[in-house]
Design a protein around this ligand. Structure first.
Ligand code: PGA
Length: 259
């Protein structure tokens, strides 16, 4: 279902990839693509390239949303290597990923840490993209819904009011960077569960919140995901590192899969 609030969003998460020239080229390409599609386009570059990416997409008021890949819960202090939500906002970022699976599983961010980083993002005026998803072992053990519910509830608990912005990304860990995406049916089940869980707290938010799918999204499978009523876009890793693969994903239309 595409409502104005649920305009499809395609976001590129570059992770720790690309040099300065790559970043400029990918950002300039995203700027062109954003003019060719009715979808919203967002980029999450590594911190050192945020400034040049913001400039390359057209500065303040640009169509392309630029955000950080994570933020620390605290506004400032002795946290070597970390970046605060306020710094991202000060630079011109509009959004930030909270609890991406690599932050949870490689860097050990807990549900509590992720929730606090989300609270910091809201406080700084950023749109948090709360990432949730189960590991292969958790899915095999029948714990998908329990894990997703736990991660989701921790994030939802820090929303201050129905007006706080939120985007959710469902990214099963086993599908990230593996070339083994969820099937549209698996995505449909998880997304419906997430929307229902949000509805239990706030039916209005559930009707308007965008829930992105992430995990091995490619030009060849994006239509299948966007055909799922509860999928409102995609968070794209590997395929966002080449404008030739990112552009067709960013321009994909909701509900156009064959069969
Ligand atoms: P992938 O990564 O598209 O390379 O699977 C997705 C993500 O981690 O956001």
């Amino acid at each position: 279902m595409t409502t104005p609030e649920r305009r499809p969003l395609v976001a590129g998460n570059w992770k720790m990839n690309g040099g300065r020239a790559d970043a400029r080229g990918w950002a300039e390409a995203a700027r062109v693509v954003a003019d060719q599609t009715s979808n919203e386009v967002a980029l999450f570059p590594p911190y050192p390239w945020l400034g040049l990416v913001l400039e390359a997409v057209g500065g303040a008021g640009a169509k392309v949303v630029v955000g950080g890949q994570a933020c620390h819960p605290e506004p400032s202090g002795a946290f070597t290597g970390a970046v605060s939500a306020g710094m991202l906002a000060d630079l011109g970022c509009k959004s930030v990923l909270c609890g991406h699976s690599e932050r949870r599983h490689v860097f050990g961010e807990s549900d509590d840490f992720v929730a606090k980083s989300m609270a910091a993002a809201l406080e700084a005026g950023l749109v948090p993209v709360l990432c949730v998803g189960e590991t292969a072992e958790e899915r095999e053990a029948g714990q998908t819904e329990a894990v997703v519910a736990r991660q989701l509830d921790a994030g939802l608990a820090v929303l201050r009011s129905g007006d706080d912005p939120l985007i959710v990304a469902y990214e099963p860990v086993w599908a990230i960077g593996t070339g083994n995406p969820a099937t549209p049916k698996e995505a449909a089940e998880a997304h419906a569960f997430i929307r229902q869980r949000i509805a239990e707290r706030d039916p209005e938010r559930a009707a308007t919140v965008r829930i992105l799918y992430g995990g091995s999204v490619k030009p060849s499978n994006i239509d299948g995901f966007l055909a799922v009523p509860d999928v409102d876009g995609a968070l794209v890793g590997g395929a966002s590192l080449d404008p030739e693969t990112f552009a067709p994903i960013a321009c994909a239309k909701a509900g156009t899969a064959d069969g």
